[in-house]
Design a protein around this ligand. Structure first.
Ligand SMILES: [Zn+2]
Length: 475
């Protein structure tokens, strides 16, 4: 395992100072996967591309709580690539810190970010309250990073451009191009003062079962590309989901329950369609399937909304609308009852890396019993419970206590919504002309270096893996 880069003290991009030439500063997703934040500055203004929360390892999460390296009041506008928390979840904190500009994004991202930011604020408030009652906080009194009121102000700042499109912001032209990762996800092209920089955002796979594939990337001098799976080739997708079907059958034979930590947005839709296939084909018995995540249910409604039909494959939209037999737990009491269902069931619950949300209490009750199974469905960041489980931890810490892991843990490779190394290189290769510089971000250090090597082999241009706080000129 490559040693992670330490989050070093940032060289401030200058709390009030604005460089004359366009410059780009890496304020997140540099040295790690989460916390995406990039500052593009130039004569005409300051634009922050993505405004994500750090998740996972404590040393990175600590940065969520530090004074931001740029005074939020001096940021003129934000552009969001997509609604995952590690790309938009810091926006309420930026607003709380004095940001008063617009947050431009696509209509799909605006719809999903509304759900995600409010949920995140609730979790922040609940955690602070839980820490106060449990007495395990270092802060006295424990405070949330931001409140529901802050999230409402952030949601009010969202300015959708449509499914894709351009907008003038902070002295730049900002263009959103479909990225095929989750609904509304986009790459963002920023053009200002003769410079152009294309942020890949998170890139999806071309065979996403629900969404139309990503668009061809536009031309740009500079590219900032993600590398979540920069050192990996995804196995062929198994349309019959044999690993999942086998695991569910084994569990039901043991009289156990299956808990699937699923990212509330997109992964839940894909997992539900796969479960529906397996039940329809008889590959697994028709046991109750519970969706225990108010956020996942809200996201499902957005995927089914005719307003976003232009992004969803028609056959998937039809099936999502026809999904039947879903049981939904609305109250906390209903959710708790699922831990003692009396007979086997499948629980799909967020968050996907088991770092928060209702899935945490399901794990607390279900992990100690060998008859149960946890199915992990996607990327698990270092420092999350999902990653610990994936790596065979014998116990995990939940609400201040160690919980033994006796349940079976299975990782499913079928549900990734991130491009792998070849797909990332193919995306770069589709640019109308090769970029003049590429910066590799949003990966663990080994994955970022591997992708950087791959890009150097294939394209004749300088490639860097920037450090946290690093600044480059864009001219
Ligand atoms: Zn994402």
């Amino acid at each position: 395992m490559a040693r992670s880069q330490q989050p070093t003290r940032h060289h401030s991009p200058g709390k009030g100072r604005r460089p004359a030439a366009p410059a780009l500063t890496f304020l997140g997703a540099a040295g790690t996967v989460t916390g995406s934040k990039f500052l593009v500055e130039g004569g005409g203004g300051r634009l922050m591309v993505d405004c994500g929360l750090y998740q996972g390892e404590r040393r990175w999460r600590a940065l969520n709580w530090e004074a931001p390296p740029v005074d939020p009041a001096t940021v003129d506008a934000v552009a969001l690539t997509h609604a995952h928390l590690d790309h938009c979840g810091y926006l309420p904190a930026l607003v709380r810190g004095g940001f008063a500009g617009p947050a431009h994004t696509t209509s799909g991202t605006a719809a999903l970010a509304g759900v995600i930011l409010r949920d995140s604020a609730h979790l922040q408030e609940e955690e602070a309250e839980g820490a106060r009652r449990g007495g395990w906080s270092k802060h006295d009194p424990p405070l949330p990073l931001y409140t529901v009121a802050d999230a409402e102000r952030a949601v009010a700042a969202l300015r959708p451009v449509g499914e894709t499109g351009s907008v003038e912001a902070a002295g730049a032209t900002v263009t959103f191009v479909r990225a095929g990762h989750i609904l509304g996800s986009s790459s963002v092209l920023v053009e200002k003062d003769g410079a152009s920089v294309l942020f890949s955002g998170d890139l999806g796979r071309n065979d996403h079962p629900v969404l139309f594939p990503r668009a061809r990337p536009p031309a740009a001098h500079t590219v900032v590309v993600e590398s979540t799976y920069g050192d990996r080739a995804h196995p062929e997708v198994d349309p019959e989901h044999h690993v999942m079907a086998d695991a569910i059958r084994r569990t039901i034979r043991r009289g156990g329950s299956v808990v699937i930590p699923a990212f509330a947005v997109d992964r839940t839709e894909i997992v539900l369609l796969a479960l529906a296939d397996l039940v329809e084909s008889g590959a697994v018995p028709d046991v109750p399937v519970w969706v225990d995540s108010p956020m996942a249910l809200a996201a499902l409604e957005i995927y089914r909304d005719p307003q976003h039909a232009g992004e969803v494959r028609p056959e998937a939209l039809d099936r999502l609308r026809r999904l039947s037999g879903l049981r939904t737990a609305h109250t906390a009491e209903e959710s708790m009852r699922l831990n003692n269902p009396g007979s086997p069931c499948v629980i799909v619950s967020a968050s996907g890396m088991a770092s928060g949300g209702r899935v945490v209490h399901h794990l607390r009750y279900l992990l100690p019993q060998a008859r149960n199974t946890v199915l992990l469905t996607g990327y698990q960041a270092i420092g999350t419970r999902g990653r610990d489980l994936q790596e065979g931890a014998r116990e995990v810490k939940i609400a201040g206590r160690y919980v033994p892991v006796r349940a079976e843990v299975v990782t499913l490779d079928d549900f990734s919504v991130h491009a792998d190394a070849d797909e990332l290189l193919a995306w770069l290769g589709e640019m109308p002309r090769p970029p003049e510089a590429v910066h590799v971000v949003h990966g663990e250090p080994g994955a970022a270096r591997a992708l950087a090597d791959g890009i150097r082999d294939r394209f004749d241009c300088p490639v860097s893996v920037p450090r946290y706080g690093e600044r480059v000129l864009l001219d």
